[in-house]
Design a binder for this molecule. Structure first.
Ligand SMILES: N[C@@H](Cc1ccccc1)C(=O)N[C@@H](Cc1ccccc1)C(=O)O
Length: 698
């Protein structure tokens, strides 16, 4: 009946170039939803840090908890959809929850709401924190809840013989995800950088969250407009409860009949046959087979999700100057959606057909295996880049050493006697000898200062001034104020972005300017000579002494690793999405999509655990470790995949239903047959049908 209903609905639905028109509304919905999600995510950590004034640790913990929650809630959405409301209603209701969450975030970021003294900072931070946490919870529920439903609902729109179109749909679906996320990750940071407000102008987080909220409303409206065109499969009762009870019964029954006198059954789930519908048992077998295959998959996501963390950190130690364009470390992540937008069409229209022409059967599981290997290669590339970076990093003193920084502020060269060897320091120059623990006495030194013990964060440059004049000097730039520096004292470090910076040096009413260019990740001490004359050009009276070299390994070197991980993603993720749909029984499509997303959640948890536990001192070694782990997991997966037989759930279900109908007729004509005998006979027949429909291997 269900198949006929679907056939009728699809027969009368509008078709454009062989695709149901309803698909258009689903992919536009996905585009807007992903814009909304990734756009909000792009500015979230900055909102925590600069608006809610949380420290780095709290901001990153809450951020990762939110992301993990977004991949746990799909289970909830899938259960609601498959057992109760159906996919269509679940998407509508949870999209409303999602949009409310986004609006709550936008409102929570309006500083004027609680800024009664109008000084530009919220007076009741609790209000903003509570509202944004409620908002984030609703968003996680909404985005995670609808995620398995939208993909599966899209797949439902295709008929039995539209496998090719359905595969293309999943590719286009993935393109829309990346189109939306690419646009939003570029746009929302720009919106955040604007200044807005009623009483005082502040960074405009409300706009950066407001636009994603508006896009979520658009996503909902577009989805509702398509309402009349969709095929909406009805939920078939509380399927998850039935599944759990059936599995529970099979285990109990198997245990009760553990003695040798009872004949073995083909599959342990067959022990549920005495009580449960054979169709349900067959469907559970299909799901369990796929879920078993999913066990090694989180390892792929563990590597994949480090793009956003470790690789961004790696980029902070690299040079992002691309000529006319200066790329910030976190902007490198946009390379992923850009590559997706180019690689998906290339794979679909060139690579896969070419492989097919060569007579190779590049099945979904083979594609996923190759995808994993490509991700491992990406990490080997990351390790090679890291080795290059490490060569350029400054050496800091070990625990048994001290490092001296000696700056000659005079106009003659000076020789300093040091344990081991002497050092000659030219005028306005600095030496940094390492001293092993010993008692060394130096006289006429500047007061002790806190030096940097690592490279400056986020590609910034750490800058300080030392005043060699006999009068105090005030130093400032547009971005930083070094304050008043007393004679022969150092200022504190200030963080300066890359590019040109102009420093104003002031003493009383007199001033002069000093300009210089910065790269990424350097540290300089600017020495103000005693000969400086205010009112004239002070360019020649300031000497830059390099403490830490600017990053010299170019960010373009990260492109190969991004290329391999994205090619891996196309083979693994796009294929996996379609595989999860095609191998799921009709009443558990969303559940298997949720199972797929659950592997992402586990992968994220592994990242968190490994980050805490594995204290590998060399970053390149950690990359190699991850690559090796993925290769090992990939070998296990390919063995599991070799034994996997592809199924056609629609075919199996149809045959089971036919058989059950025939048996019902039989029962009516032959009343009084022993029930046990019938169960046994049915079981054998059904296994035959199942075997016929499951013929293709890996
Ligand atoms: N390539 C990602 C999107 C992305 C955009 C900007 C920066 C990084 C990534 C993508 O397609 N994501 C899909 C599938 C996915 C991938 C990883 C974890 C869960 C799902 C998405 O649905 O968001």
């Amino acid at each position: 009946k269900i198949l006929n209903e679907k056939r009728d609905k699809l027969e009368f639905s509008k078709v454009v170039c062989g695709y149901p028109l309803s698909i258009f509304f689903i992919v536009v919905n996905e585009f807007c939803e992903r814009f909304s999600y990734y756009g909000m995510r792009a500015v979230l950590v900055l909102y925590f840090k600069y608006f809610l004034r949380w420290d780095d640790d709290l901001a990153t913990s809450i951020y990762h908890t939110f992301v993990a929650l977004c991949y746990l809630t799909p289970i909830l959405g899938a259960i609601v959809a498959d057992s109760w409301l159906g996919k269509f209603k679940t998407i509508i209701y949870l999209s409303i929850v999602y949009a409310v969450g986004q609006v709550a975030m936008a409102v929570s970021a309006i500083h004027d709401i609680t800024d009664s003294d109008r000084d530009g900072t919220p007076d009741s931070m609790t209000f903003h924190i509570v509202l944004s946490m409620v908002g984030l919870f609703l968003i996680a529920l909404g985005t995670g809840g609808i995620k398995p439903c939208v993909a599966a609902f899209g797949g439902d729109q295709f008929g039995e013989h539209q496998d090719r179109q359905r595969r293309t749909f999943f590719s286009v679906f993935y393109l829309c995800i990346n189109g939306g996320s690419l646009l939003s990750t570029i746009i929302t940071p720009v919106l955040r950088a604007q200044e807005c407000g009623i009483y005082s102008k502040q960074k405009c987080y409300s706009l950066a969250f407001g636009v994603p909220a508006a896009l979520m409303v658009v996503a909902l409206v577009v989805f509702i407009i398509g309402s009349g065109m969709y095929y909406k499969a009805e939920p078939q009762g509380n399927i998850m409860l039935d599944v759990c009870k059936c599995i529970g019964f099979a285990i109990k029954n198997r245990y009760r009949h553990r003695s040798k006198q009872y004949p073995k059954r083909q599959h342990w789930m067959d022990w549920a046959e005495e009580k449960y519908d054979k169709l349900l048992i067959a469907q559970i077998k299909m799901v369990l087979k796929v879920l078993f295959l999913y066990i090694p998959l989180p390892m792929f996501w563990t590597l994949f999700d480090q793009k956003g963390s470790r690789w961004t950190l790696q980029a902070t130690t690299m040079d992002g100057n691309f000529g006319a364009l200066v790329i910030q470390p976190d902007q490198m992540q946009t390379v992923n959606p850009i590559l997706i937008l180019t690689l998906v069409p290339i794979m679909d229209s060139l690579i896969y057909p070419l492989i097919k022409k060569c007579g190779l059967n590049f099945t979904p599981l083979k594609r996923m295996t190759v995808g994993m290997l490509l991700a491992a290669i990406a990490f080997v590339c990351a390790a090679l880049v890291q080795i290059q970076i490490d060569k350029t990093l400054p050496t800091f003193p070990s625990t048994s050493q001290s490092q001296l920084k000696l700056l000659n502020m005079g106009s003659n060269s000076v020789t300093v006697k040091l344990p081991g060897n002497d050092a000659l320091i030219l005028p306005a120059a600095q030496v940094y000898p390492f001293i092993n623990n010993c008692n060394t006495k130096f006289t006429n030194l500047l007061p002790e200062t806190n030096d940097l013990t690592s490279k400056p964060q986020e590609g910034n440059n750490a800058i300080r001034f030392v005043n060699g004049m006999k009068t105090a000097v005030n130093v400032s730039t547009a971005a930083a104020d070094f304050g008043l520096i007393e004679p022969f004292y150092y200022s504190n470090y200030s963080q300066i972005k890359n590019g040109k910076a102009t420093f104003t040096l002031r003493s009383g009413s007199q001033s002069c300017e000093y300009s210089t260019n910065f790269g990424f990740g350097s540290s300089y001490t600017f020495f103000i000579h005693s000969t400086l004359v205010f009112g004239s050009n002070c360019q020649d009276s300031v000497t830059a002494v390099e403490d830490i070299k600017p990053n010299s390994v170019h960010m373009a070197l990260q492109i190969p690793q991004y290329f391999f991980i994205t090619a891996g993603e196309v083979m693994f993720s796009v294929t996996g999405l379609e595989f999860s749909y095609s191998q799921a029984p009709s009443n558990m499509k969303a559940v298997l999509q949720a199972g797929w997303l659950f592997t992402v959640a586990i992968g994220n948890f592994i990242v968190l655990i490994v980050a805490e536990l594995a204290k590998i001192p060399k970053q390149w070694a950690e990359y190699v470790l991850f690559a090796s782990l993925l290769v090992a997991v990939c070998v296990i997966f390919s063995i599991m995949a070799y034994f996997y037989t592809y199924i056609d759930p629609t075919e199996i279900e149809a045959q089971f239903k036919k058989k059950i109908n025939e048996d019902d007729e039989d029962d009516k004509s032959k009343p009084g047959k022993a029930e046990v005998e019938m169960v046994k006979r049915d079981s054998i027949k059904c296994h035959d049908e199942y075997d016929k429909a499951t013929q293709t291997k890996m």
